[in-house]
Design a protein around this ligand. Structure first.
Ligand SMILES: *Cc1c(COP(=O)(O)O)cnc(C)c1O
Length: 395
């Protein structure tokens, strides 16, 4: 009898994960994602969420969601090209385009499928995609789905990017340069002005995934393009609605032509049901809130600076972060995971990031400071870090 249903080939690989010490259970969050959470039954300070502005449990966003449920129900009922395109979706895209200071926006069901759907729609055989080596997994998958050729340049290395452009530009029809705006594992910002200059010099298009820049950088969180004053010079700007915006979804901002094309060829638009009314209404509320005040982003940056300063003064290596993402470098995979476990024991949740997510030997504790943290919470987190850091001889 065949043991195919046993999935033995997977069981073996799972055992391999266990042998390598990288097997893990999913932590369980009871209640809302806040600066302090109940995780696996234990009250802890949360330094691991992407809820940068504290919007995930914001009363005004919740009220907008409830109202939308009452009027529109819980599901949109279809893909947008059939009958799932509600006036709510249209309004959201209008508000987002205004926020991003771009002509048009196309909203997707997630940041992930925005990359997966957009990259393959705008490139084809005979084109070349040039991608930063540290770009997000969803970009890598998006590029895999494309029929274009691909090349990778060294992280933020403009000489390497130019070398590829010089060598290859002539052989291709369209060339698309893709970069994260803010890199999620280090918190560094892409050298966008130089990338745009090179793109213009070699007649290439630019594509910036601003999942960690939107709601964080630029005026009231308008993103990396706004931060550098590059409006009109980046062809595709991706944002997520699930990080700073606190809900779910993704979008691409750019020209009306881009939107027209994606509404015909963006596969997640054509073949996957549109975002539900509650999500859309609460996102619109979040973006309006951001446009009305810089209070949220100001607090995020103040908290980020406060935490980073204290950690640096305590002697920790916080890498080259230029944003509220604060990686605390530890080194080996084992030591990083042990540090993370000890923090959790003492009431601070920071996930350890190790190989293969980052290069071997560069394990780190990635602290995500948000607008929702109080100074007391940040102080307590730093004190706990210092105590364990000394014990483990990290500082
Ligand atoms: C998180 C992230 C995404 C995926 O966004 P989701 O909305 O969570 O699917 C895409 N790109 C980058 C750079 C990200 O950090």
């Amino acid at each position: 009898m065949s043991d195919v249903h046993e999935l033995s080939f997977l069981k073996e690989q799972i055992q391999g994960l266990k042998d390598d010490g990288v097997y893990r259970e999913l932590p369980i969050l009871e209640g809302a994602n806040e600066s302090e959470i109940l995780l696996n039954g234990k009250k802890v300070i949360n330094l691991s969420s992407n809820n940068y502005l504290g919007f995930a449990n914001h009363p005004e966003l919740k009220e907008a969601a409830i109202k939308a449920v009452e009027k529109y129900g819980v599901g949109s009922g279809a893909v947008r090209t059939i009958v799932g395109n509600m006036d709510l979706h249209e309004e959201l895209e209008k508000v987002l385009a205004e926020f991003k200071r771009e002509e048009a926006v196309m909203v997707y069901q997630s940041g992930f499928n925005c990359n997966a759907g957009t990259i393959q729609a705008i490139t084809s055989k005979g084109d070349l995609i040039i991608s930063d080596e540290l770009n997000h997994a969803s970009i890598i998958d998006g590029v895999r789905l494309s029929r274009a050729d691909r090349a990778v340049y060294k992280h933020c290395d403009m000489e390497d990017l130019e070398r590829i452009l010089k060598e290859k530009r002539e052989q291709y029809n369209q060339v698309l340069i893709i970069t994260d705006g803010v890199f999620s594992m280090d918190g560094d910002i892409a050298p966008l002005p130089q990338i745009v200059e090179l793109a213009e010099k070699y007649n290439a298009m630019t594509y910036v995934d601003d999942a960690h820049g939107s709601g964080v950088l630029g005026e009231s969180g308008r993103g990396t393009v706004d931060h550098f004053g590059l409006h009109g010079r980046v062809d595709f700007t991706i944002g997520t609605l699930s990080k700073a915006i606190g809900v779910i979804g993704g979008y691409v901002a750019g020209s009306k032509t881009m939107k027209e094309w994606l509404s015909h060829r963006g596969r997640p638009i054509l073949f996957s049901t549109s975002l539900p009314p509650a999500a859309v209404a609460s996102i619109t509320e979040a973006v309006k809130l951001l446009m009305s005040t810089t209070e949220f982003t100001d607090r995020l940056w103040e908290n980020g600076r406060y935490f980073k300063e204290k950690m640096k003064n305590a002697g920790f290596d916080i890498g080259k972060s230029e944003t509220p993402i604060t990686p605390v470098m530890v080194g080996s995979e084992d030591k990083t995971m042990e540090f993370s476990r000890k923090l959790l024991d003492k009431g601070v949740f920071v996930s350890g990031i190790v190989f293969p997510t980052v290069p071997k030997g560069t394990g780190r504790l990635r602290c995500m400071v948000t607008a929702g943290h109080s100074k007391e919470q940040l102080d307590k987190a730093v004190d706990t870090f210092v105590k364990i850091g000394k014990e483990m001889e990290v500082i």
